[in-house]
Design a protein around this ligand. Structure first.
Ligand SMILES: NC(=O)c1ccc[n+]([C@@H]2O[C@H](COP(=O)([O-])OP(=O)(O)OC[C@H]3O[C@@H](n4cnc5c(N)ncnc54)[C@H](O)[C@@H]3O)[C@@H](O)[C@H]2O)c1
Length: 365
């Protein structure tokens, strides 16, 4: 049984490859990834070195490459993570989002359908999407359900909404055996430090400002990436074709509160650890000062969605999937991962990433 994993060198894709490899060692995983700034082969290096995963560097918009891969591997399952995924970037430069998220998904659907018509092997095309397609909630609005009308508000969310519609259309029109998951904000290992939690962690370690949009009042639902991977695996194994499943952490928190939680966890961790204070001397925690002093309010993101919340009753009732990692525990283990994997985050924070961060948040002194 072969599975194509697109975007398997990115944050969630890499976590999924580790997860799936451990839970289904009999499956052959083929990772297709263009290795944009967000893709990092180091995240799956041990599996590649051990020959447990086959890697192809390539673009999901490359029809000829896709046709060749489907012919070579006769995939039984496709899990589609590859995307441009950062909302801030989509506001500045939306074209890449339409290219990869919309056109790339269409290319993949076309290749999957053509292969399925030839061999009949493909049992599932799973599309990994976001709760942001549903738009923004007020404080007392009910959480997003699978039936909530789409109302995307950023170019990123619009491109993901378009890709969801295409995937559903291929299910309805051509009978492709599709599923979609719409998930809330993930965090955990291998997360590129432009997204909120890893950015805060690496800045805390280096004593750099912690940029918080507006007053930090926007509310997000956080899910540890391992719980997301479990949910995707369950949908692949037991989910009904043609269905959409919402996935969330049942863990809503305002951005400022989240940053404060991270700061306090840092202070506690550094307090009893002279080795950490030696390794990261620029961190306020190393100097006995509160990490919260680094919080810096910056101009709000245009069109910033106020609140996301996900109703997870469908996946819970149908597939028995519930988040297992509590936010406080997940944040502590994620901080631990970045402390243990300094080489990983330092290596990804070069070149384009640095230019991007500096142009948006200013070069830290
Ligand atoms: N991160 C989250 O919190 C979150 C939440 C819900 C849904 N999602 C969705 O999950 C998926 C994965 O998100 P992520 O956070 O891991 O993203 P990411 O940005 O970390 O990784 C994306 C990966 O896709 C690859 N890629 C980009 N363009 C490509 C192309 N044209 N061809 C081949 N590969 C390409 C990149 O190299 C990278 O490895 C995305 O579809 C995203 O919309 C993410």
């Amino acid at each position: 049984m072969s599975m194509l994993v697109t975007g398997g060198a990115g944050f969630i894709g890499a976590n999924f490859v580790h997860h799936r490899r451990a839970s289904h060692p009999q499956e052959r995983l083929v990772v297709l990834d263009a290795l944009t700034y967000a893709g990092n082969l180091q995240s799956i290096a041990p599996l590649l070195d051990a020959g447990e995963v086959h890697f192809v560097r390539g673009d999901i918009c490359d029809d000829a490459l896709l046709a060749r891969l489907f012919a070579e591997h006769d995939f039984a399952q496709v899990v589609h993570f590859a995307a441009e995924s950062h909302v801030d970037r989509s506001i500045v430069a939306p074209d890449a989002f339409v290219r990869t998220n919309v056109n790339g998904t269409l290319s993949l659907l076309k290749a999957a359908l053509a292969a399925h018509r030839k061999t009949g092997t493909l049992q599932r095309f799973h599309h990994v999407s976001t709760d942001e397609v549903y738009g923004s909630l007020g404080l007392s609005d009910p959480a997003f359900q699978e039936t909530t009308a789409y109302a995307p508000r950023s170019p990123y969310a619009a491109s993901k909404a378009a890709s969801d519609h295409l995937v559903n259309a291929y299910g309805h029109t051509y009978g492709l055996l599709i599923t979609i998951s719409n998930c809330s904000n993930n965090y955990g290992p291998f997360h590129f430090p432009e997204k909120l939690i890893p950015l805060m962690i690496v800045n805390l370690l280096q004593g750099k400002p912690l940029p918080v949009y507006g007053q930090g009042a926007n509310i997000r639902d956080w899910l540890h990436v391992s719980d997301h991977c479990t949910a995707i695996s369950a949908i692949l194994d037991r989910g009904r074709a043609g269905e959409t499943y919402n996935v969330g952490g049942n863990s809503e928190v305002a951005n400022l509160e989240l940053v404060h939680q991270l700061c306090d966890a840092f202070d506690a961790r550094f307090l009893g650890d002279p080795d950490l204070r030696r390794r990261f001397p620029a961190s306020p925690a190393s100097q006995g000062r509160p990490s919260r002093e680094l919080v810096t309010f910056v101009q709000d993101r245009p069109g910033h969605d106020y609140r996301y919340a996900v109703d997870t009753s469908k996946i819970s009732a149908e597939l028995g999937v519930r988040p297992l990692v509590a936010l406080a525990d997940g944040l502590a283990s994620t901080i631990g991962w970045y402390l243990d994997n300094e080489a990983w985050w330092r290596s990804v924070m070069t070149g384009e990433y640095q230019n991007w961060v500096n142009s948006h948040y200013g070069a830290a002194s």
